[in-house]
Design a protein around this ligand. Structure first.
Ligand code: 5GP
Ligand code: MN
Ligand code: MN
Length: 326
């Protein structure tokens, strides 16, 4: 059962050494907070670890403890392999990114995640799909493994909870989430500072790319779907990064009467990052999954190797099916 999975995970950490911790591609607050929480727990056991992401982790998470220990593999390649791996908040092995060259032949992966689309790719899998965040499972692991909570560990856990619940607003905000959050505050977490860094502060480039995105916003299927686009040329013109373009999909989703908000972002020509957000009944994880991605019922995504025009056709066709219109 689930409790024995948590015990297995704690034993995995206690019985081995020299770990590789992996956060998922396009890292968010949950995967980053959970990865750093795993690092802090390993430190308590006197274990060594290397913590990596395929690419860059947004600087807004720079307040998290041990953030400076996170390797950006695109910039700082690692030339050795690991046997003991901990992947956090990654729904499938693809979400770990380009990391397989770091795996020894006898690699054992501990897969800790909360996505309903998780395919249990690990040797050990601690999956609870009704957890609001992987950070919620990290809290349970902390308790099950008898780790010591302190301000640093509490900050990592709180940040994952805060970001994956959209600031304690989404429907995954359970009583348990609020109880953990309250307990983390007792360890000295600064909620105002963390919310400011993770949720409130926006860059100049974000506002510039927002102009382009709003210009492109269009309604389909009787205003039930709102879709916006960010072309590679928009990013180039404004100097905005994909990080600066984060959160734009909410402008599509939040409009009164809209059921599904979509953003299509083109980091480089020929690659389209699709974000899907549902307000009510439509399960967008199934749409994302059918396009090679995954996620949650109300927030999901995938990446298409196509032109912007093709991506728009493909996504709208899927939505048409699900909405029962054509
Ligand atoms: P976002 O639109 O913010 O990138 O992602 C929303 C949700 O969908 C997140 O929970 C994220 O983990 C999931 N997601 C986004 N892209 C992918 C993907 O390519 N594969 C999978 N499995 N999940 C994704
Ligand atoms: Mn995530
Ligand atoms: Mn998550």
């Amino acid at each position: 059962d689930y409790q024995s999975r948590l015990q297995e995970a704690a034993a995995f950490m206690r019985e081995h050494d020299d770990f590789l911790i992996i956060s998922h591609v396009n890292p968010d607050g949950d995967t980053t907070g959970s990865a750093l929480a795993a690092a802090l727990m390993l430190e308590q056991l006197g274990k060594s670890y290397v913590i990596v992401n395929e690419g860059e982790t947004p600087g807004k998470f720079g307040f998290l403890p041990r953030f400076h220990k996170l390797y950006n593999l695109a910039e700082s390649p690692i030339e050795r392999t690991f046997t003991h791996v901990i992947a956090v908040d990654a729904a499938d092995s693809k979400r770990m990114g380009d990391v397989t060259h770091l795996f020894a032949n006898d690699v054992q992966i501990l897969n800790i995640d909360h996505h309903p689309t998780n395919d249990e790719f690990g040797r050990f899998n601690v999956i609870r799909t009704d957890a609001a965040a992987t950070a919620e499972i990290m809290y349970e692991l902390m308790v099950a493994g008898k780790f010591t909570c302190n301000a640093e560990l509490a900050t990592c856990i709180y940040t994952g909870l805060l970001t994956d619940t959209g600031g304690f607003r989404y429907s995954n905000t359970s009583s348990f989430v609020m109880q953990i959050a309250a307990e983390m505050l007792q360890y000295g977490v600064k909620p105002g500072d963390i919310a400011e860094q993770c949720l409130e502060e926006i860059t100049w480039e974000h506002v510039q790319i927002l102009r382009h995105a709003l210009q492109s916003l269009q309604l389909s299927f009787d205003n039930r779907v709102a879709l916006l686009k960010v072309h590679a040329s928009d990013l180039e013109e404004t100097g905005a990064s994909m990080e600066d373009a984060g959160g734009l999909v909410n402008y599509a989703r939040n409009m009164k009467g809209v059921e599904v908000g979509v953003s299509l972002c083109e980091p480089v020509p020929g690659v389209i990052k699709v974000s899907l957000r549902s307000r009510q009944d439509i399960d967008v994880s199934q749409i994302a999954k059918s396009l090679g991605g995954g996620g949650h019922a109300k927030a999901a995504g995938c990446t298409l190797q196509s032109s912007m025009e093709e991506a728009e056709k493909i996504v709208l066709a899927k939505l048409g099916e699900v909405l029962g219109v054509d």
